[in-house]
Design a protein around this ligand. Sequence first.
Ligand code: ASP
Length: 336
Amino acid sequence: MPEQTSLRPLMRDELLPPSRSNRRHLISIKDLGRPDVERVLGLARTFATSLDRDVKKLPTLRGRTVVNLFYEPSTRTSASFELAAKRLSADVMSIKSSGSSADKGESLKDTALTLGAYDPDIVVIRHASIGAPNVVARHVDAHVVNAGDGKHQHPTQALLDLFTMDEEFGSIEGLHVAIVGDVLHSRVARSNVQALVLMGAHVTLVGPPPLIPRGIEALGCEVSHDIDVIRDADVVYVLRMQRERMQAGANFVSSLREYTARWGVTAERLASGQRVMHPGPINRGVEITPEVADSPESMIQRQVRSGLVVRMAVLYDLLTGGPVAAVAPSAIREVA
Ligand code: ASP
Protein backbone atom coordinates (compact mmCIF):
# COMPACT_ATOMS: atom_id res chain seq x y z
CA MET A 1 0.00 0.00 0.00
CA PRO A 2 1.41 3.45 -0.81
CA GLU A 3 2.36 5.55 2.19
CA GLN A 4 0.07 8.47 2.96
CA THR A 5 1.27 11.74 4.33
CA SER A 6 -1.70 14.01 4.90
CA LEU A 7 -2.01 13.26 8.63
CA ARG A 8 1.19 13.80 10.53
CA PRO A 9 2.72 10.45 11.45
CA LEU A 10 3.63 9.59 15.00
CA MET A 11 7.34 9.70 14.22
CA ARG A 12 7.18 13.49 14.17
CA ASP A 13 6.69 13.38 17.90
CA GLU A 14 10.16 14.34 19.08
CA LEU A 15 9.80 12.61 22.41
CA LEU A 16 9.43 9.17 20.93
CA PRO A 17 11.63 6.90 18.93
CA PRO A 18 10.31 6.41 15.41
CA SER A 19 7.49 3.95 14.91
CA ARG A 20 8.31 0.77 13.04
CA SER A 21 6.80 2.06 9.86
CA ASN A 22 5.79 5.33 8.31
CA ARG A 23 2.12 4.48 8.48
CA ARG A 24 -0.20 7.30 9.47
CA HIS A 25 -1.74 7.14 12.93
CA LEU A 26 -4.38 9.12 14.80
CA ILE A 27 -2.95 9.47 18.28
CA SER A 28 -3.66 13.08 19.16
CA ILE A 29 -5.64 16.01 17.81
CA LYS A 30 -2.23 17.68 17.59
CA ASP A 31 -1.53 15.28 14.70
CA LEU A 32 -4.18 17.05 12.64
CA GLY A 33 -4.37 20.28 10.71
CA ARG A 34 -7.58 22.01 9.75
CA PRO A 35 -7.70 20.43 6.26
CA ASP A 36 -7.37 16.97 7.88
CA VAL A 37 -10.34 17.65 10.16
CA GLU A 38 -12.37 19.04 7.27
CA ARG A 39 -11.56 15.97 5.17
CA VAL A 40 -12.61 13.55 7.93
CA LEU A 41 -15.84 15.47 8.62
CA GLY A 42 -16.59 15.49 4.90
CA LEU A 43 -16.07 11.73 4.74
CA ALA A 44 -18.32 11.27 7.76
CA ARG A 45 -21.06 13.28 6.04
CA THR A 46 -20.74 11.01 3.02
CA PHE A 47 -20.92 7.90 5.18
CA ALA A 48 -23.93 9.32 7.02
CA THR A 49 -25.94 8.97 3.82
CA SER A 50 -25.45 5.18 4.09
CA LEU A 51 -27.22 5.07 7.46
CA ASP A 52 -30.63 5.61 5.92
CA ARG A 53 -30.33 2.72 3.49
CA ASP A 54 -31.91 -0.68 4.02
CA VAL A 55 -28.59 -2.35 3.32
CA LYS A 56 -26.04 -0.43 5.34
CA LYS A 57 -22.90 -2.41 4.58
CA LEU A 58 -20.38 -0.92 2.17
CA PRO A 59 -17.62 -2.90 0.44
CA THR A 60 -15.06 -0.16 1.00
CA LEU A 61 -12.59 -1.96 3.31
CA ARG A 62 -13.16 -5.53 2.16
CA GLY A 63 -10.09 -7.65 2.86
CA ARG A 64 -8.73 -5.24 5.49
CA THR A 65 -8.29 -6.23 9.13
CA VAL A 66 -9.09 -4.03 12.11
CA VAL A 67 -8.10 -5.03 15.65
CA ASN A 68 -9.85 -3.31 18.56
CA LEU A 69 -7.83 -3.61 21.74
CA PHE A 70 -9.61 -2.27 24.82
CA TYR A 71 -7.81 -2.25 28.17
CA GLU A 72 -10.36 0.04 29.83
CA PRO A 73 -14.15 -0.17 30.04
CA SER A 74 -16.00 1.20 27.05
CA THR A 75 -19.48 1.00 25.57
CA ARG A 76 -19.85 3.69 22.90
CA THR A 77 -16.27 3.80 21.63
CA SER A 78 -15.75 0.04 21.39
CA ALA A 79 -19.22 -0.61 19.92
CA SER A 80 -18.89 2.13 17.33
CA PHE A 81 -15.38 1.16 16.19
CA GLU A 82 -16.54 -2.44 15.81
CA LEU A 83 -19.67 -1.49 13.92
CA ALA A 84 -17.78 1.05 11.81
CA ALA A 85 -15.29 -1.60 10.68
CA LYS A 86 -18.08 -4.10 9.99
CA ARG A 87 -20.15 -1.57 8.04
CA LEU A 88 -17.09 -1.06 5.83
CA SER A 89 -16.75 -4.86 5.37
CA ALA A 90 -13.39 -5.14 7.16
CA ASP A 91 -12.54 -8.24 9.20
CA VAL A 92 -12.70 -7.23 12.86
CA MET A 93 -11.16 -8.71 16.00
CA SER A 94 -12.25 -7.11 19.27
CA ILE A 95 -10.16 -7.92 22.32
CA LYS A 96 -10.94 -6.76 25.84
CA SER A 97 -8.10 -6.92 28.34
CA SER A 98 -10.19 -8.75 30.88
CA GLY A 99 -10.29 -12.36 29.74
CA SER A 100 -7.26 -11.85 27.48
CA SER A 101 -3.64 -12.75 28.20
CA ALA A 102 -3.26 -9.30 29.80
CA ASP A 103 -4.91 -10.98 32.79
CA LYS A 104 -1.99 -13.42 32.80
CA GLY A 105 0.51 -10.58 32.92
CA GLU A 106 1.32 -10.27 29.21
CA SER A 107 2.85 -6.86 28.53
CA LEU A 108 1.35 -4.45 26.02
CA LYS A 109 4.46 -4.87 23.88
CA ASP A 110 4.04 -8.65 23.77
CA THR A 111 0.31 -8.39 23.06
CA ALA A 112 1.10 -5.94 20.26
CA LEU A 113 3.74 -8.26 18.80
CA THR A 114 1.31 -11.19 18.99
CA LEU A 115 -1.52 -9.35 17.26
CA GLY A 116 0.93 -7.94 14.75
CA ALA A 117 1.55 -11.49 13.57
CA TYR A 118 -1.96 -11.44 12.06
CA ASP A 119 -0.98 -8.44 9.89
CA PRO A 120 -3.74 -6.05 10.93
CA ASP A 121 -4.16 -2.91 8.85
CA ILE A 122 -5.43 -0.87 11.79
CA VAL A 123 -5.13 -1.30 15.55
CA VAL A 124 -7.55 0.71 17.68
CA ILE A 125 -6.39 0.91 21.28
CA ARG A 126 -7.80 2.18 24.55
CA HIS A 127 -5.54 2.03 27.59
CA ALA A 128 -5.25 3.65 31.01
CA SER A 129 -1.62 4.63 30.35
CA ILE A 130 -0.69 7.74 28.45
CA GLY A 131 1.38 6.76 25.42
CA ALA A 132 0.04 3.21 25.06
CA PRO A 133 -0.95 3.86 21.40
CA ASN A 134 2.65 4.94 20.72
CA VAL A 135 3.91 1.65 22.15
CA VAL A 136 1.63 -0.26 19.79
CA ALA A 137 2.73 1.89 16.86
CA ARG A 138 6.34 1.02 17.60
CA HIS A 139 5.74 -2.71 17.59
CA VAL A 140 3.03 -3.31 15.00
CA ASP A 141 3.21 -2.44 11.34
CA ALA A 142 -0.34 -1.05 11.31
CA HIS A 143 -2.11 2.28 11.47
CA VAL A 144 -2.88 3.01 15.12
CA VAL A 145 -5.93 4.86 16.38
CA ASN A 146 -5.99 6.15 19.93
CA ALA A 147 -9.39 5.36 21.44
CA GLY A 148 -8.40 7.01 24.73
CA ASP A 149 -5.09 6.89 26.63
CA GLY A 150 -5.35 7.81 30.28
CA LYS A 151 -6.21 11.46 30.72
CA HIS A 152 -4.22 12.43 27.64
CA GLN A 153 -6.22 12.23 24.39
CA HIS A 154 -9.38 10.84 22.81
CA PRO A 155 -9.18 12.25 19.29
CA THR A 156 -12.12 10.42 17.72
CA GLN A 157 -14.39 11.71 20.51
CA ALA A 158 -13.36 15.26 19.61
CA LEU A 159 -13.95 14.61 15.91
CA LEU A 160 -17.42 13.17 16.52
CA ASP A 161 -18.24 16.16 18.73
CA LEU A 162 -17.11 18.55 15.99
CA PHE A 163 -19.25 16.61 13.51
CA THR A 164 -22.30 16.85 15.80
CA MET A 165 -21.86 20.60 16.32
CA ASP A 166 -21.21 21.21 12.64
CA GLU A 167 -24.41 19.34 11.71
CA GLU A 168 -26.38 21.37 14.23
CA PHE A 169 -24.96 24.84 13.62
CA GLY A 170 -23.65 24.55 10.05
CA SER A 171 -20.14 25.62 11.13
CA ILE A 172 -17.76 25.41 14.08
CA GLU A 173 -16.11 28.75 13.36
CA GLY A 174 -17.25 31.36 15.88
CA LEU A 175 -19.22 28.92 18.10
CA HIS A 176 -18.91 29.45 21.83
CA VAL A 177 -18.56 26.16 23.74
CA ALA A 178 -18.49 25.97 27.54
CA ILE A 179 -16.87 22.75 28.78
CA VAL A 180 -17.95 22.15 32.35
CA GLY A 181 -16.63 19.97 35.15
CA ASP A 182 -13.72 17.63 35.72
CA VAL A 183 -11.30 18.97 33.11
CA LEU A 184 -8.28 17.81 35.10
CA HIS A 185 -8.88 14.11 34.51
CA SER A 186 -10.53 14.41 31.11
CA ARG A 187 -8.89 13.33 27.86
CA VAL A 188 -12.13 14.45 26.19
CA ALA A 189 -11.69 18.02 27.44
CA ARG A 190 -8.09 18.22 26.24
CA SER A 191 -8.88 16.79 22.81
CA ASN A 192 -11.98 18.94 22.41
CA VAL A 193 -10.26 22.19 23.36
CA GLN A 194 -7.54 21.53 20.79
CA ALA A 195 -10.01 20.51 18.09
CA LEU A 196 -12.45 23.36 18.72
CA VAL A 197 -9.71 25.99 18.83
CA LEU A 198 -8.22 24.54 15.63
CA MET A 199 -11.59 24.96 13.92
CA GLY A 200 -12.11 28.56 15.13
CA ALA A 201 -14.47 28.06 18.09
CA HIS A 202 -14.25 30.00 21.34
CA VAL A 203 -13.93 27.69 24.35
CA THR A 204 -14.47 28.46 28.03
CA LEU A 205 -13.56 25.84 30.62
CA VAL A 206 -15.75 26.06 33.70
CA GLY A 207 -15.30 24.28 37.01
CA PRO A 208 -13.88 24.38 40.52
CA PRO A 209 -10.20 25.42 40.64
CA PRO A 210 -8.92 21.96 41.73
CA LEU A 211 -10.47 20.41 38.61
CA ILE A 212 -9.05 22.89 36.08
CA PRO A 213 -5.36 22.29 35.28
CA ARG A 214 -3.17 25.32 35.82
CA GLY A 215 -1.96 26.93 32.60
CA ILE A 216 -4.52 25.21 30.37
CA GLU A 217 -5.28 28.61 28.81
CA ALA A 218 -2.11 28.00 26.78
CA LEU A 219 -4.27 25.74 24.58
CA GLY A 220 -6.15 28.86 23.44
CA CYS A 221 -9.19 28.67 25.72
CA GLU A 222 -10.52 30.74 28.62
CA VAL A 223 -11.13 29.57 32.18
CA SER A 224 -13.91 30.59 34.53
CA HIS A 225 -14.81 29.44 38.02
CA ASP A 226 -18.29 30.93 37.78
CA ILE A 227 -20.95 28.40 36.71
CA ASP A 228 -23.25 31.22 35.57
CA VAL A 229 -21.03 31.91 32.54
CA ILE A 230 -22.35 28.75 30.87
CA ARG A 231 -25.46 30.76 29.95
CA ASP A 232 -23.40 32.69 27.39
CA ALA A 233 -22.39 29.62 25.38
CA ASP A 234 -24.03 28.09 22.30
CA VAL A 235 -23.11 24.63 23.55
CA VAL A 236 -22.72 23.47 27.15
CA TYR A 237 -20.46 20.42 27.07
CA VAL A 238 -20.73 18.51 30.35
CA LEU A 239 -17.90 16.26 31.56
CA ARG A 240 -18.26 13.17 33.73
CA MET A 241 -16.74 13.25 37.19
CA GLN A 242 -13.86 10.84 36.51
CA ARG A 243 -13.79 9.22 39.92
CA GLU A 244 -11.64 6.31 38.70
CA ARG A 245 -8.84 8.77 37.90
CA MET A 246 -8.99 10.70 41.16
CA GLN A 247 -6.23 9.53 43.48
CA ALA A 248 -7.54 8.02 46.68
CA GLY A 249 -7.43 10.60 49.42
CA ALA A 250 -6.98 13.59 47.09
CA ASN A 251 -9.56 16.21 47.87
CA PHE A 252 -10.72 17.56 44.50
CA VAL A 253 -14.23 18.33 45.71
CA SER A 254 -15.53 18.10 49.24
CA SER A 255 -18.36 15.76 48.23
CA LEU A 256 -20.30 14.78 45.13
CA ARG A 257 -23.42 16.30 46.65
CA GLU A 258 -21.62 19.61 47.05
CA TYR A 259 -20.27 19.34 43.48
CA THR A 260 -23.78 18.78 42.13
CA ALA A 261 -25.15 21.72 44.07
CA ARG A 262 -22.44 24.12 42.87
CA TRP A 263 -21.50 22.82 39.42
CA GLY A 264 -24.22 20.45 38.25
CA VAL A 265 -25.82 21.39 34.92
CA THR A 266 -29.51 21.93 35.64
CA ALA A 267 -32.31 23.41 33.55
CA GLU A 268 -32.23 26.53 35.75
CA ARG A 269 -28.58 27.15 34.90
CA LEU A 270 -29.19 27.00 31.14
CA ALA A 271 -30.51 29.69 28.83
CA SER A 272 -33.23 28.82 26.36
CA GLY A 273 -32.03 27.32 23.07
CA GLN A 274 -28.64 26.23 24.35
CA ARG A 275 -27.50 22.81 23.19
CA VAL A 276 -26.13 20.32 25.70
CA MET A 277 -23.54 17.62 25.04
CA HIS A 278 -21.83 14.93 27.13
CA PRO A 279 -19.39 12.25 25.94
CA GLY A 280 -20.99 9.59 28.13
CA PRO A 281 -21.29 7.65 30.28
CA ILE A 282 -23.37 10.17 32.20
CA ASN A 283 -23.73 10.18 35.95
CA ARG A 284 -27.38 11.17 36.11
CA GLY A 285 -27.99 13.51 38.98
CA VAL A 286 -24.28 14.25 39.52
CA GLU A 287 -22.84 16.45 36.75
CA ILE A 288 -26.12 16.67 34.80
CA THR A 289 -29.77 16.34 35.80
CA PRO A 290 -31.88 13.65 34.08
CA GLU A 291 -34.19 16.47 32.94
CA VAL A 292 -31.36 18.14 31.00
CA ALA A 293 -29.88 14.88 29.69
CA ASP A 294 -33.27 13.83 28.26
CA SER A 295 -34.37 17.27 27.03
CA PRO A 296 -34.84 18.18 23.35
CA GLU A 297 -31.77 20.42 23.70
CA SER A 298 -29.61 17.42 24.58
CA MET A 299 -27.52 16.14 21.68
CA ILE A 300 -26.16 13.13 23.60
CA GLN A 301 -27.81 10.51 21.39
CA ARG A 302 -26.76 12.39 18.27
CA GLN A 303 -23.17 12.24 19.50
CA VAL A 304 -23.44 8.46 19.69
CA ARG A 305 -24.79 8.33 16.14
CA SER A 306 -22.03 10.66 14.95
CA GLY A 307 -19.50 8.32 16.56
CA LEU A 308 -20.31 5.61 14.08
CA VAL A 309 -19.90 7.67 10.89
CA VAL A 310 -16.88 9.58 12.17
CA ARG A 311 -15.12 6.32 13.07
CA MET A 312 -15.98 4.93 9.64
CA ALA A 313 -14.40 8.07 8.21
CA VAL A 314 -11.26 7.74 10.36
CA LEU A 315 -10.73 4.09 9.41
CA TYR A 316 -11.27 4.87 5.75
CA ASP A 317 -9.09 7.96 5.84
CA LEU A 318 -6.14 6.22 7.49
CA LEU A 319 -6.20 3.47 4.90
CA THR A 320 -6.64 5.66 1.88
CA GLY A 321 -5.81 9.25 2.81
CA GLY A 322 -7.99 9.99 -0.15
CA PRO A 323 -9.84 13.22 -0.58
CA VAL A 324 -13.56 13.26 0.14
CA ALA A 325 -14.27 12.94 -3.56
CA ALA A 326 -12.71 9.48 -3.53
CA VAL A 327 -15.76 8.16 -1.73
CA ALA A 328 -18.32 10.18 -3.58
CA PRO A 329 -21.67 8.36 -3.44
CA SER A 330 -20.90 6.43 -6.63
CA ALA A 331 -17.95 4.78 -4.87
CA ILE A 332 -20.10 3.74 -1.92
CA ARG A 333 -21.88 0.82 -3.47
CA GLU A 334 -24.08 -1.48 -1.51
CA VAL A 335 -22.85 -5.03 -1.28
CA ALA A 336 -25.09 -7.06 -3.52
N1 ASP B 1 -16.16 8.01 27.35
C1 ASP B 1 -15.23 9.09 27.52
C2 ASP B 1 -13.82 8.59 27.70
O1 ASP B 1 -13.57 7.42 27.52
C3 ASP B 1 -15.64 10.03 28.59
C4 ASP B 1 -15.74 9.47 29.97
O2 ASP B 1 -15.41 8.31 30.21
O3 ASP B 1 -16.13 10.25 30.83
O4 ASP B 1 -12.95 9.36 27.99
